[in-house]
Write a protein that binds this ligand. Structure first.
Ligand SMILES: [Zn+2]
Length: 397
């Protein structure tokens, strides 16, 4: 323990330095993350890592996948340390200080992304020199993805590329803020916008117009009906709270006034399925209701009426697996056997679907993520470093 603490003391200042460098890159989902990726790649390559990037269509965003294998030709069975590089936007005016300049106070670091999840990335980068100088028996991989916050757009692109490379992995640790607890499952997260187009007209003659608002309400009612049905569906397991799939309408926007028939309306809604079939159940039923019931009525009056459902994203759920290598590994490293499930989505389901044993465990509390004056405590960063130091010891020959 004392040598461990000594190592933590040695690398902690550098961890803070790296974290403040990372916070400076305003990598809001959708914006370019190339400078941050270049920063990470340079650091890792200097230590002898082999890196490759996968880039999105706009060429403004990249995933980085870097491998340290202790100078040997170790290809398989490595451990992936994974974090997303994007952050949610920050309403600068509401913050006590610039969200993109790290501020240190009371053993905490404030800044957008400090907790979700640049703190974890900083820990992995600060540990990289120690991994590089150890005689590892398994490779260690660093996976830094883009646009996780907008329905996990980056990770699938990287995983597609990994598939072509035919590398096998023994475990993946996703360092989302869980207060360093092992998270073994989460629900899926599906997000949609449905746009209604009707025909405007004078309110005194409603039958000659098509009210987009009224059809959006009927569509909402159908969603509410489906929500009730989801509760009744048989569940294989009920580790979640609530123990069934949920559905929620978050925003409705349409119309200009009492006496005008609205020709436009949009609904923003989400579903959190506990199993993929529930997600399919919702889509199938709501699409069929729109096509077979609402649209024919709308088009009888105005043939150009339309209902368009846009899928913002569908994040696959993360299922608890008995005897998971990744969960056992993390519990062993942290010495904490309490396992939990959460209600927020992560990239874990994607890695798991790829066939990699996966666990979510990282520094910081989810309560601080996405908030004004987001912060991470020194203690949490140190606990994460401790886990990574123990991982290094375990991977040493
Ligand atoms: Zn996150």
């Amino acid at each position: 323990m004392s040598t461990q603490n000594k190592v933590i003391d040695e690398i902690f200042p550098n961890t803070l330095k790296i974290l403040s460098d990372l916070i400076k890159f305003p990598t809001i989902s959708g914006a370019s993350n190339l400078k941050l990726i270049e920063y990470c790649e340079k650091r890792l390559n200097k230590l002898g890592a082999t890196s490759f990037k996968t880039i999105n269509e706009s060429t403004q965003q990249a995933n980085l996948f870097s491998t340290l294998n202790g100078g040997k030709k170790l290809n398989g069975d490595g451990i992936i340390l994974s974090g997303h590089t994007d952050v949610v936007p920050a309403a600068t005016k509401e913050w006590s200080s610039d969200p993109y300049i790290a501020r240190e106070k009371d053993n905490k670091i404030y800044g957008r992304g400090s907790c979700d999840m640049k703190g974890f990335i900083a820990c992995t980068l600060a540990m990289a020199p120690l991994f590089a100088s150890s005689n590892l028996k398994k490779p260690i991989h660093f996976s830094y993805t883009y646009d996780e916050e907008t329905a996990c757009l980056g990770a699938p692109v990287m995983l597609d590329d990994l598939k072509k490379r035919k590398i096998n992995f023994s475990a993946c640790i996703i360092g989302e803020p869980t207060s360093m607890k092992a998270i073994t499952a989460h629900k899926g997260y599906n997000e949609y916008i449905t746009e209604f187009t009707g025909l405007s007209g004078h309110a005194s003659d409603p039958e000659h117009g098509v009210s987009a608002v009224e059809y959006a309400i009927r569509y909402s009612n159908k969603l509410m009906e489906l929500r009730d049905e989801l509760k009744k569906r048989k569940q294989k397991k009920n580790v979640f709270s609530p123990p069934y799939s949920t559905l929620q309408i978050g925003k409705i926007n349409g119309g200009i006034g009492t006496n005008v028939i609205a020709d436009k309306c949009t609904l923003d809604w989400e579903a959190r399925p506990i199993a993929q079939e529930d997600g399919e159940f919702i889509n199938k039923n709501i699409d069929s209701y729109a096509e077979k019931t609402l649209l024919p009525e709308m088009r009888k009056i105005y043939p150009k009426s339309n209902i368009k459902k846009i899928t913002v994203g569908e994040v696959v759920g993360f299922d608890e697996k008995a005897g998971s290598e990744a969960v056992d590994l993390v519990c062993n490293l942290t010495g904490d056997n309490s396992k939990d499930v959460v209600s927020f989505g992560t990239e874990a389901g994607l890695f798991q679907e790829f066939g990699i044993s996966t666990v979510v465990c990282g520094p910081g509390s989810i309560e601080q993520a996405h908030t004004v004056d987001e912060y991470i405590t020194f203690d949490q960063l140190k606990l994460c470093l401790k886990m990574l130091i123990d991982l290094k010891e375990r991977l040493k020959n």
